[in-house]
Write a protein that binds this ligand. Structure first.
Ligand code: XMP
Length: 513
């Protein structure tokens, strides 16, 4: 496989991934390498372009990450972004100054060199996103200024001869309106790439890497019913076939029909070795009488580990554990160098006992959710699984407020199923990040026929979001809400009221707990 490879050099923090993702969106294969990567590696791998990412530090800070200055003499085109630009300028003899005050937020870039390939087709002015303290007061010899903002006279610089470029702003964020065009100018006009990489190639590459990592060994994967673990399992199954065993611990807190679907897809359709453990009674027993949300989570995590451990001990000779860790999980756990295992485990697996040691296989670590979905589609996973909204590890236990009982779960499942059915029927499912019903621990008065009722309300929650970190309520057409209300109060026993949660996040969270 000879891909056009572009490398994003990561100086820490979380800047690199978004750049890498933008590059992949432009159909160029992209990897993120640490700043300490030796130069030989760039030659060996035939790197076609280098992007130096932003970073949290000032180039003058003690211990600020540096690259081997030989990087600038490899003849590979380089684009330095923010910190990357400052570092390049410093190494090549420019003047980098700590600013009296930084520049943060939107700014207008004035393109002063429209003839240069980097800013070709942009401008004459265009909105960019700034976030920096230091700035380049004078670019290095051989460079010229390509664009400026009111506060930064050297907002974009370049040396077309050596194909070295720098921008002070962040082309990878959406607030830089023509960021994609700029990055594509770098990739296509400056690096001269074709941009013919596809998800199919990502899969080939990962399959090869998984085969290399696992060798003739065997692997275990816990399926949750969610997208990430489903895609990870399918990818590993493609790589090692029957040497993968999937463990589906059904905690009895899934949505209506979900457990059946997992079994149908993985056992019947993909013919994977699937162990289905119906542990619902055990989980419900453990949750009896518990009302505190944190306590519920703890119990579910603990029971999950116990069941997982019991099952894992029955299987012999398995050294590898497949996890559907995706990039946002890596960020949550404290950056790419942090321990991703900790976070996914916090969500799903938890700490396994010392003597039960696995080597982790995490083929989706570099991907964002929508990229994971694209991989899943390419692997032939059904749309119902691939396009599915995120679902929390503790499942419906955090959507039944107060004590979790089989009766309350049944009410919630029915209402939730109606809600989702109507959303799909209205063609709105894919516009929504997450939609679900919540059963609060209160009852209110209603009237049915001549009868006064005293029953539960159902809360509907539907939000739009890009990453779950912030969210806004989804604007339903009133007719859809009306239909949902009518069906829920008409057919779900013990429910006499339906309300719609219009809280954004922040200050609300997505889940109610
Ligand atoms: P909140 O409620 O914090 O949720 O706004 C943000 C996103 O995280 C999901 N979530 C969880 N996912 N285990 C998970 O795997 C959990 O314990 C958990 N709690 C919340 C939530 O559904 C939303 O997508």
């Amino acid at each position: 496989m000879s891909h056009e490879l572009v490398v994003v050099v990561d100086f820490g923090a979380q800047y690199g991934q978004l750049i890498a993702r933008r590059v992949r969106e432009s159909r160029v294969y992209c990897e993120i390498w640490p700043w300490s990567t030796p130069l030989e590696r760039y030659r060996e791998r035939g790197v076609r372009g280098i992007i130096l990412s932003g970073g949290p530090a000032s180039v003058y800070a003690e211990g600020a990450p540096r690259v081997d200055p030989g990087l600038f003499r490899l003849g590979i085109p380089i684009l330095g972004i923010c910190y990357g630009m400052q570092l390049m300028s410093l190494e090549l003899g420019g003047d980098v100054r700590p600013a009296a005050q930084g520049e943060y937020g939107k700014a207008v870039l004035e393109v002063t060199a429209p003839d240069d390939p980097l800013l070709a087709g942009l401008g004459p002015t265009t909105q960019v996103w700034m976030s920096h303290g230091d700035h380049v007061a004078a670019p290095p010899p051989g460079f010229r200024v390509l664009g400026r903002t009111a506060a930064t006279p050297t907002a974009a610089v370049g040396d077309p001869e050596r194909r070295l470029y720098g921008v002070q702003f962040h082309p990878e964020v959406v607030h830089t309106v023509q960021g994609k065009e700029l990055l594509e100018n770098f990739l296509f006009r400056i690096c001269g790439l074709r941009g013919d990489w596809t998800m199919a190639e990502f899969i080939d590459r990962q399959v090869a890497a998984i085969r290399e990592q696992i060798g003739q060994g065997r692997a275990l994967c816990a399926l949750s019913g969610g997208v990430d673990s489903a895609v990870a399992a399918t990818l590993v199954h493609r790589a090692i076939g029957d040497r993968l065993t999937c463990l589906f611990v059904d905690h009895g807190l899934l949505r209506k029909g979900e457990a059946e679907q997992v079994i149908r897809t993985f056992r019947d359709h993909f013919h994977m070795n699937l162990i289905h453990v119906d542990a619902s009674e055990r989980f419900l027993r453990a949750l009896r009488g518990v009302t505190d949300p944190e306590e519920k989570r703890k119990i579910i995590g603990r029971e999950f580990i116990r069941v997982f451990e019991e099952e894992a001990r029955k299987l012999e000779g398995i050294e590898f554990l497949v996890q559907g860790t995706i990039y946002p999980d890596v960020i949550e756990s404290g950056g790419p160098t942090g321990q991703a295992a900790v976070i996914k485990s916090h969500h799903n697996v938890g700490g396994l006992p010392e003597d039960l040691k696995f080597t982790l296989v995490e083929p989706l670590r570099e991907l964002f959710k929508d990229e994971v979905r694209a991989v899943g589609r390419q692997l032939g996973l059904p749309e119902e699984i691939v396009g599915r909204h995120p679902f929390p590890g503790p499942g419906l236990a955090i959507r039944v407020l107060g004590e979790v009982t089989p009766e309350k779960l049944a009410i919630l499942r029915e209402a939730d199923a109606i809600f989702l059915e109507e959303i799909r029927a209205a063609g709105l499912y894919d516009q929504i990040w997450q939609a679900f019903a919540v059963l609060p621990d209160v009852r209110t008065v209603g009237v049915k026929g001549d009868q006064r009722t005293y029953a539960y309300p159902i809360v509907l929650r539907a939000v739009t979001s890009v990453d779950g970190m912030t969210a806004d309520f989804f604007r339903f057409p009133y007719e859809v809400l009306e239909r949902i209300m009518t069906r829920i109060v008409g057919s779900v026993p013990h429910v006499n009221r339906v309300v719609y949660d219009i809280t954004s996040k922040p200050p609300g969270t997505i889940e109610w707990e």
